[in-house]
Design a protein around this ligand. Sequence first.
Ligand code: DGP
Length: 120
Amino acid sequence: MTADNLFLRIARGELPADIVYRDELVTAFRDIDPQAPVHVLIVPNHHVASIAEAGPDDEPVLGRLFLAARSVAEQEGLAEGGYRLIVNCGAHGGQEVEHLHLHLLGGEPLGPMRCRRKEH
Ligand code: DGP
């Protein structure tokens, strides 16, 4: 399996993940390597390699990613304390998986910028 289709296969239910939200456009599941007490990834249910590859047809799913992130944040008890949403894009952005994903991080003060807690 390539990294390209990993998240698509999770969204399709073909690979296991701790799913916390799903609708007809997007799926949210817990990150396998959490960088905060709550770390959820929200992904489109169809293939979009990155935000750089998104086009006008993807506008509904792009909006849904943010609204789903808000719902998950409320579900996870983050609404009051606040949270951070991150989209990595391409090599310089640190994107490792080539399927568009929105990181939802929260559960503690995150500081001015977030770095990985450990090396891979
Ligand atoms: P990024 O660097 O923005 O491409 O983030 C990729 C994230 O995906 C990273 O935080 C770890 C997570 N991840 C990688 N493989 C898996 C997996 O198989 N399952 C889950 N749940 N998360 C994964």
